[in-house]
Every structure is written in C-alpha cells, then in structure tokens.
Design a protein around this ligand. Sequence first.
Ligand code: CA
Length: 221
Amino acid sequence: MRVLLVEDDPMIGEAVRAALKDAAYAADWVKNGQTALTTLGCQHYDLVLLDLGLPGRDGLEVLASLRARADPVPLVIITARDSLDDRLRGLDGGADDYLLKPFDIAELLARMRAVLRRKGGSAAPLLGNGVVSLDPVLKEAAVAGASPVQLSNREFSLLRALLVRPGAILSRTELEDRIYGWGEEVESNAVEFLIHALRRKLGSDVIRNVRGVGWMVSGGA
Ligand code: CA
C-alpha cells in the first residue's frame, strides 16, 4: 500500500516515514500542500497523512481541494492544532480521522489500519479471501488449516495489495506502485521474485498469474 505523508517538520517527517517503511508501506514524503495536490493528481495512493500547518497552502485547503475534485483517498490529519474548531473543520471537511501531535507511532499505525478497514468495507482485523488470510500487525499469512507463516515486508506488501481486492488482477506496475516508494530501486524481476517466494511459503495456488496481464488472488467465497 502506498501512503503519501504531507509534513513540513523534518524530524517528524523522517520518523514517520521510517515507521511507515518499517510497517511495509510504500511511503512518499512531500513538505508542502501544493506538491501534495500535484502528487495526488498523478499517482495512486491508498492513504494520505496530512499535517495542517504547512507552508503555502494550509492542510485544510489541501483537504478541501482534494474533496472538491472528488478524490476519495482515505486521509488522516496529523497535527498539533487541538482546537475543537480545527478538529471539526478537518472531520467535516472529509478527513477520516484526526490524530494530535505528539502521537505514538503505534497509535498512528493502528488508526491507519482502522481507516483502511472502514474504507475497504470490512470491520475484520484480518485481510483474507477464504483461501489465505493476512494479519497486518504481525505480517503473518495463513492458508486455511495451516500454521501462520512470517512474511518479509515486501512479501507482505505484495500479498496485502492483492488481498485488498480479491479477484482483481494487478499488473506488474500496479504492484510495484504499492510496494516501492520514491527513491527505492526496483529490480526488473522484483515482482516475480516476491511471487515466487510467497508461493514457496503458502503454496503455488494462492496467487494466480494471468498471462500477459498480471496476478490475482481468487475472489473467495
Ligand atoms: Ca507543520
């Protein structure tokens, strides 16, 4: 999953980006509102983390522009602004959650998971399609009837990207987009390599290849 972090504070930005990477998100970081809007106009993101006090265009303006152009991307505000008025403007303006600085990274990650679940239409903490389930906290996958297997961050990212939409075929580019942030080098056969590793761990039937198009997990029951 790809996350855009919009934050002008270098220390917070660096810490959050590192934590996102650690949690197996592909994370891109921009430092002002205008760049955020431009970036969101040309790249798919699964979630945005938005600071409010930004140089140039303020975070609430960024949020308003996004929703005005009918961009439904899940969005969590992270800010030191704790007035009721700011919180209400953020939530009424279309933010999905609001987290006050300073926050604990573990809470930020939990809230992101909760927002992604709600947006995905599921209250269940595990992703799954009836064949394989994935625990986003432990990064463990389990095929029905077998013990859970630990996945690497990138194996986890790839399987999560597929399990978010069981039955949908994702191309190599779409998978790379969800696994790698800016500046991360992508080997030309990286996706095949990860699929191979996942099949070794979970069995060859879990991920299907649709020749010339991409990969999918079955739509399940
Ligand atoms: Ca700020």
